[in-house]
Design a protein around this ligand. Structure first.
Ligand code: A3P
Length: 291
């Protein structure tokens, strides 16, 4: 069936677009009342940077380090599935926040939000923030397919039309470039660590060890290896109906580095390189993300 127009599907708040079916002014107001804890694990990443992947990684690291019993793992899974700890405006539900307050374990909070829109308590609490970034070209491609497959998002009739929208932030969740510029202001914060999708794909074991160290988990080689196997693209895709329902079919697409080469024209690639330079030249984040 025909999808509705962009303006019907997206809601603009402080210059950034969000899915209108899921959020409004009230959810943004409520969002600010969220109370972070100092031991929260915050996973921040723009849409399509691999947030679902890292969410599973953090969850598995936590479960393994805490040495939960099977029953405790199941109980924890039921609660987290129900409360769905994604901290985005569409989940600005006061009831949910109240229940999250009482959770009897270390919380994992995933968010696509720009830092200036995050609840103030997150920075005040000094909770650790893992910032997940991805080459903008691959993020753009992944998000193109996502826009066109998700019924709640506007679709684009061509790659070119989408590319222009992505470059100007006229897509759900705003400009990825602005997002990077804003987060770059926090890369030197003592509670922030940056990880790239590419470095994790290149060597997941080293990546997982870095993440485990950052959040203070001590796991042995074998445990790290098990977490890595469980969170490989293939394993997650295979298990996706159980973890994500039918949404899993849309989410686990290719899981590779460099798919942009099959989508970008030469001129588009150059345009994005220029934009990236303009936004992040001589910054730590820009250096880390060099692709
Ligand atoms: P592609 O569309 O390029 O395949 P998010 O979870 O933030 O929405 O990101 C989705 C992207 O992460 C998709 O990229 C998806 O395939 C990829 N992804 C999901 N799980 C992954 C995994 N275990 N390893 C590598 N990539 C993964």
């Amino acid at each position: 069936s025909e999808k509705a127009a962009l303006e019907d599907l997206l809601f603009s708040y402080k210059g950034i677009l969000y899915p209108a079916a899921l959020c409004n002014l009230e959810t943004f107001r409520v969002l600010d009342s969220f109370e972070a804890r100092s031991d929260d694990m915050i996973l921040a990443g723009y849409a399509k940077n691999g947030t679902n992947w890292l969410h599973q990684v953090l969850n598995d690291l936590e479960i393994t380090a805490a040495k939960y019993t099977k029953e405790e793992i199941n109980e924890r899974m039921n609660i987290t599935n129900e409360l769905f700890v994604f901290l985005c405006p569409e989940f600005g539900d006061p009831e949910k926040f109240k229940r999250m307050k009482e959770l009897p374990f270390r919380r994992i909070i995933v968010t696509h939000l720009f830092p200036q829109v995050l609840p103030k308590s997150i920075f005040k609490s000094k909770a650790k923030i893992l910032l997940l970034v991805r080459n903008p070209k691959d993020t753009a491609v992944s998000y193109f397919h996502f826009h066109n497959n998700m019924p709640t998002l506007p679709s684009f009739s061509s790659w070119d039309e989408y590319f222009a929208a992505f470059m100007h932030g006229k897509i759900c969740r705003g400009s990825y470039f602005d997002y990077l510029v804003e987060w770059n202001k926090h890369v030197d914060d003592e509670n922030v660590m940056v990880i790239t999708y590419e470095e994790l794909k290149e060597n997941q074991i080293i990546g997982l060890k870095k993440i485990a160290d950052f959040f203070g988990f001590s796991l042995n080689e074998e445990e790290i290896q098990t977490v890595a196997e469980k969170s490989s693209f293939e394993a997650m895709k295979e298990n996706s109906f159980k973890t994500h329902g039918t949404f899993g079919k849309i989410l686990f697409r290719k899981g590779i580095v460099g798919d942009w080469k099959d989508h970008f024209y030469e001129a588009q690639s150059k345009e994005m390189d220029r934009k990236f330079e303009e936004c992040l030249e001589e910054t730590k984040l820009g250096e880390k993300m060099k692709y």
